[in-house]
Design a protein around this ligand. Structure first.
Ligand SMILES: *Cc1c(COP(=O)(O)O)cnc(C)c1O
Length: 426
């Protein structure tokens, strides 16, 4: 990174020159809060509340059941999926909004393991988010010896792919440290050994450039050859869809007519309104829809996705890297005496849009920060985690957050008995 700013005014000047500056006004952020947790729950777009009011009063109240057709409710999972597809380098008909991240993973795991008969291993790594591993364990209970989970260190994944690997299932950005897997390399290695890939984009979509059809390496180069097979992603993190927003799933076109949905719900039937007694899958990705879409929640997600789609992807990534670099530089300069160890990759091309520091008192320090309006979060055992959302965070926020952190450390404000026990949500 270039030289560190010496004053807050330097940061304000950087914000004035920021091409994404105007997006901040399109979010409702409470006064006095510096929100650095958009990687866990994205902020509220100003468009969302009026849109939901219209959905409830005008559409649901006014149209009643006619709304499924007259207001396009039935088509919403595909329509919003097509918008997300543009954010993750997929074709419009390869992405669908449905269910939750974990449920979509289960659907794709069950389908993919069947597409690779004779192989039983789902390979993942110790940096994965636990629910991803749990879903494989649950499927394994159901399928017996036809599915088993193998977990290795992130650096050991490539070498661990063997003739029994049915699926390589990785989360591109490690939720704790922000470490980024090389998607081009991982996809190539899996395919070379006959394995399929499932990428979890929970911390990628909206945060870093993603190209599922032509996966990117860490330097922006592209994989020449078949792209990702399957992927899932989260609606409530960088896509700003709201708490518990629906998630998305991606199925490469080449697999769409081959996957057999384990959750064979009526809306994935070829003719739902024929009410046949036997299941016949719909053509294309529609078969991966299980149930009636959560129309209000999909509309809220659409507001977040729309906003993200308006912002230039390269500008978003450049700003996210700059904010992360600034945070690392200021913490290491201004809090050097206080025992923080960088837990994220120093090189911004190798991390997502978040920075974590390890500290033995991490939990209490984060509580003290939150009490002062700087909201990040804590991940066991000792990480304080800060997400940088390029649409609504700026350089001055980073400056203020580090100044607050320094004050918390210098006054030992974290050292209070009530912050020694952990809350249910950290
Ligand atoms: C946030 C996140 C999830 C969330 O799963 P839910 O089903 O929405 O609870 C799953 N996987 C990863 C990697 C995540 O970061």
């Amino acid at each position: 990174m270039s030289e560190l700013p010496m004053t807050r005014a330097d940061c304000e000047a950087l914000d004035t020159a920021d091409p994404l500056r105007s997006f901040r006004d399109r979010f409702d952020l409470p006064d006095g809060v510096i929100y650095l947790d958009g990687n866990s729950l994205g902020a509220l777009p100003k468009a969302t509340a009026p849109r939901l009011a219209e959905m409830v009063g005008g559409e649901w109240g006014g149209e009643l059941i006619r709304g499924w057709l007259s207001r396009g409710w039935m088509a919403a999972p595909r329509a919003v999926g097509a918008k997300i597809a543009r954010l993750v380098g997929a074709e419009a008909d390869e992405v669908l909004v449905a269910d939750t991240t974990a449920i979509n993973l289960f659907k794709l795991l069950a389908a993919a393991i069947e597409l690779n008969p004779g192989r039983t291993t789902v390979l993942s790594d110790t940096g994965n988010f636990p629910t991803d591993l749990y879903m494989v364990q649950g499927l394994g209970t159901l399928l017996g010896d036809r599915c088993r989970l193998r977990v290795v260190e992130p650096e050991a994944v490539e070498a661990a792919i063997d003739d029994d690997t049915a699926i390589v299932m990785l989360t591109e950005i490690d939720y704790r440290t922000g470490r980024r897997h090389d998607m081009a390399r991982g996809t190539r290695a899996a395919h070379a050994k006959g394995a399929l890939t499932i990428w979890d984009l929970a911390h990628s979509a909206g945060a870093i450039p993603v190209d599922l059809n032509r996966p990117l390496d860490l330097d922006g180069g592209r994989l020449d050859g078949p792209g990702a097979d399957f992927a899932v992603g989260c609606g409530y993190k960088y896509l700003n869809g709201g708490p518990g927003a629906p998630a998305f799933l991606y199925v490469a076109r080449r697999w769409q007519d081959k996957v057999r949905p384990a959750l064979s719900g009526w809306l994935g039937h070829a003719e739902p309104f024929a009410f046949d007694l036997d299941y016949r899958p719909a053509p294309g990705i529609d078969r991966m829809i299980c149930s009636t879409p959560s129309v209000l929640a999909v509309a809220a997600l659409d507001c977040g996705v729309e906003l993200m789609a308006e912002a230039d992807a390269a500008a978003r990534h450049a700003k996210s890297r700059a904010l992360g670099d600034l945070f690392v530089g200021l913490v290491e300069r201004d809090c050097a005496a206080h025992g923080f160890t960088l837990a994220s990759p120093r090189n911004s091309t190798q991390r997502g849009s978040q920075v974590s520091f390890a500290h033995p008192q991490g939990y209490s320090i984060m509580q003290a920060l939150i009490a002062r309006g700087v909201i990040g979060d804590f991940r066991a055992p000792d990480l304080i985690r800060f997400g940088f959302a390029p649409l609504y965070n700026g350089h001055a926020d980073v400056w203020d957050a580090v100044a607050t952190l320094r004050a918390v450390m210098e006054t030992a404000a974290w050292d209070r008995p009530e912050w020694r026990t952990r809350a249910a949500v950290t």
